[in-house]
Design a binder for this molecule. Structure first.
Ligand code: 5AD
Length: 354
């Protein structure tokens, strides 16, 4: 009976709210190691010892939102704002493509200066230059019409972390113009349109309890995302949370392993935030069931102004980061996978973007 809830989670892929609370409360008990062992075995069963690699281009740091934890929040008057041109974005992707990348993640703040026509033109360019690559967008909340137009243009994945599934915590962490219900609606829209959809939550932002995390798991098991981004909260010196403690790495790892038990074929990145908080973050993430790493293709000058949290590495070039990653992953007995790396349910799209 020692691991009855982990057994139940593996067998039924579902727990009640109370059961999630109980599992989560054993992070410092024996469940931590047991979940790790099981999560790693499940990831290997579904993905072998391969780690998918994606290149992120952070192409705009303008943002209309006030996420209190985030360094790009609108009210930061001291931040130098930038927006890369299409040519600049294409040349970042070209550099990644030459090194073997076949997924590009175009990420930005919610920049009112970026309209659908501009994005559609960009996606068209990317598709004609890199026809065997997958275009992933991470641009925040947009209208259903916009998501549909971007899908029609060729984008196939969308990352939109829900940040927290607790309504009360969401309200605390975000500005008054942001709506919890709108955010969740966006996720359902994306899924209905056929995107491989990524949700995700912060681990350990100010005020988060285990019950809040249990709400995240209840949401995830209902929503069934294809991807999930979870990393520790890291304070940013120019936000109201400057003096708050960072989220726990151990809790993050435990949550990642539980995510793998809940959704065995999930695309689950070992996030940059995890690697920022822990020098062995990538290795630990993989050991807890992660199967994706997303190094950064953003040019150095821009990256300096894209600090969601403090401690972002702006010095290492993409080429250098990739060769270090290769060594680290190989040392673990794993290897990097340079393919599109679709979610298994979408794998029939292999080799093309349509
Ligand atoms: N610490 C950790 N993660 C953060 N993000 C934003 N600010 C922080 C922070 N201070 C995460 C959010 C967002 C993603 C792009 O980065 O979850 O969705």
């Amino acid at each position: 009976m020692a691991f009855a809830l982990l057994d139940r989670l593996e067998a039924h892929k579902k727990l009640s709210f109370d059961q999630w609370c109980e599992v989560l409360s054993d992070c410092d008990g024996p469940s931590f190691e047991e979940a790790k062992i099981r999560a790693s075995a499940i990831a290997q069963k579904h993905f072998g010892r391969g780690i998918y690699i994606r290149g992120i281009v952070e192409f705009t740091n303008f943002c209309r939102n006030e996420c209190h934890y985030c360094g790009l929040q609108k009210s930061r008057r001291d931040l130098v704002r930038y927006r890369l041109s299409q040519e600049e974005i294409l040349s970042c992707c070209e550099a990644g493509y030459r090194l073997g990348l076949r997924t590009f993640v175009l990420q930005g703040g919610e920049d009112p200066g970026i309209d659908d026509a501009w994005l559609i033109a960009l996606i068209g360019q990317l598709q004609s230059r890199f026809p065997d690559a997958c275009i992933t967008l991470s641009l925040g909340e947009r209208s259903e019409q916009s998501y549909a137009a971007l899908f029609a243009a060729g984008a196939r994945r969308y990352l939109l972390r829900h940040e927290t599934a607790s309504h009360s915590l969401y309200r605390k962490l975000h500005g008054p113009t942001q709506s919890y219900f709108e955010r969740l609606s966006c996720l359902y829209r994306l899924k209905a349109l056929g995107y491989q959809t990524g949700a995700g939550m912060l681990i350990g932002p100010p005020g988060q309890s285990l019950e809040h995390l249990a709400e995240d798991f209840c949401f995830i098991q209902a929503f069934q995302p294809e991807m999930l981004g979870c990393g520790p909260f890291i304070p940013h010196a120019q936000t109201i949370y400057a003096h708050e403690p960072a989220g726990s790495v151990k809790r993050t790892l435990y949550v990642l392993s539980l995510c793998r038990l809940l959704l065995p074929d999930l695309l689950l990145p070992a996030t940059t935030a995890l690697a920022t908080e822990d020098a062995h973050g990538y290795e630990e993430g993989i050991a807890h069931g992660c199967n994706v790493i997303m190094p950064n293709l953003t040019p150095r000058v821009s990256k300096m102004h894209y600090q969601l949290y403090n401690g972002v590495d702006c010095e290492t070039s993409f080429e250098e980061a990739l060769s270090r990653l290769k060594l680290r992953v190989t040392d673990l007995g794993y290897h990097l996978v340079f393919g599109r790396g679709d979610h298994p349910r979408f794998a029939q799209h292999k080799g093309r973007n349509a």
